[in-house]
Design a protein around this ligand. Structure first.
Ligand SMILES: Cc1ncc(COP(=O)(O)O)c(C=O)c1O
Length: 400
């Protein structure tokens, strides 16, 4: 037993399951196995060349690129983010209502830290992104999980109403969604906004997949009404739209006092996000990447191919996701079956068996609050996706 006892709050969180499975798949690949890893949540494209070249030039020139910036981000970047929100989302924020953090995830963390006290409740529609409940629990809050698998992965106003108690402090809205890819329409969201009117419930609108929509249209929750605007923190970043996951830049916009509180917290934790990454984001945000339409076309083709492939397998139901780059098929009909010596008792044992037997890696739905489902990322080549479908089909024929 170590001398170093961990803080009690560490017992409330688990390491990211997505990263753990990705690591296992990589380990198998290193041992020489031909693994199709569809676990990671990042584009398989390079950061656009003009952004990389501009960053290289800035580094060559030196100067402030090697220095700290204000904790909440470069003033010109906060202004550029406010411009982006105006241009793309009809949201009118001042630069003081915007802050820049080390990724969209960091924005979410700052927001939860700034708002959630012990015992506060946060309504999280399931399936949810794995990190939301962990962040809430870390700060002593209580995630109130609302299952949306019976309503097309859309939270209904009735379900929201039923989940609200006097302790409710926040609702999380993530459209397009990770893991389901569901895109909530303006009408879906307007009904939720109406339920919140007259309450003091904050909304975290995580819009990181905004640019990756194939059916329907992205709508920012904060754009629905004045009331929605005043209670929402809109979170976005460059990771998914610009294929810049490794640069670690996200941004948040919302009520000035809340953004200031999140900035104060950040000033004592990470200080500023990396200066060169902020400058690269400044270059990026001037316009959508020229590659984006092409990426979107490719994602959509891959989506159509993997949905068709999975849907043709006996017992698998696969909804067509409107956005992001994930499919979230329902494997509940496989639960209780056997594959050779392995009993498929839940989605975790299914994912373990798929990885061990046919070398296809996906993430178990129970990690996202949806037992019996599996998330596959289609940010992978056509050939890899075809191979995955073919192997899962083969696995299916061997089930008893
Ligand atoms: C729903 C959702 N929100 C936020 C993020 C975080 O993105 P970033 O890389 O900017 O931290 C992710 C990344 O996977 C995500 O899926």
């Amino acid at each position: 037993m170590s001398l170093l006892r961990l803080a009690a709050r560490m017992g409330r969180i688990q390491p990211s399951a997505t990263l753990a499975l990705t690591a296992r798949a990589k380990e198998l690949a290193k041992q020489g196995h031909d693994v199709v890893a569809l676990t990671a949540g990042e584009p398989d494209f390079d950061t656009p060349e003009d952004i990389r070249n501009a960053a290289a030039e800035r580094l060559r020139k030196g100067g402030n690129v090697g220095r700290y910036t204000p904790a909440s981000g470069l003033p010109e970047l906060r202004k550029a983010v406010a411009e982006k929100f105006k241009r793309d989302n009809a949201l009118h924020y001042s630069a003081e209502e915007v802050m820049v953090s080390c990724g969209g995830k960091h924005c979410c963390f700052n927001m939860v830290a700034a708002l959630i006290d012990e015992g506060d409740e946060v309504v999280i529609p399931a399936p949810y992104w794995v990190s939301y409940p962990e962040m809430v629990r870390f700060y002593g809050g209580r995630p109130v999980i609302v299952d949306t698998s019976g309503t097309g992965f859309v939270l209904t106003p009735e379900a929201l109403k039923a989940a609200i108690t006097p302790r409710t402090r926040m609702l999380i809205v993530n459209s397009p969604s990770n893991p389901t890819g569901a895109v909530w329409s303006a009408d879906d969201q307007r009904k939720l906004a109406a339920v919140l009117e007259g309450t003091e419930i904050a909304v975290m609108a995580d819009e990181i997949y905004e640019k990756l929509v194939y059916d329907g249209q992205h709508v920012s929750f904060a754009s629905l009404s004045n009331d929605a605007f005043n209670r929402t923190v809109t979170i976005n970043g460059v990771a998914k739209a610009y294929a810049m996951t490794g640069w670690r830049i996200g941004y948040a916009a919302g009520p000035k006092h809340l953004i200031a509180a999140m900035g104060a917290l950040q000033s004592h934790s990470t200080s500023n996000p990396t200066t060169i990454a902020q400058l690269a984001t400044l270059d990026a945000l001037a316009k959508d990447p020229i590659e984006l339409p092409q990426w979107r076309r490719q994602y959509q083709q891959r989506r159509d191919a993997i949905v068709a492939g999975l849907s043709a397998i006996a017992g698998v139901k696969c909804a067509v996701p409107g956005g992001a780059f994930y499919v979230f098929p329902d494997f509940r009909a496989w639960m209780g079956k056997r594959h050779g010596d392995v009993q498929i008792k839940d989605c975790t044992s299914l994912c373990e068996a798929l990885l061990a037997k046919v070398h296809v890696a996906g993430v178990p739905g129970c990690e996202f609050g949806a037992p019996g489902f599996v998330r596959f990322s289609y940010a992978a080549s056509d050939a890899e996706l075809a191979k995955a479908v073919q192997r899962i089909s083969k696995f299916a024929t061997e089930l008893a």
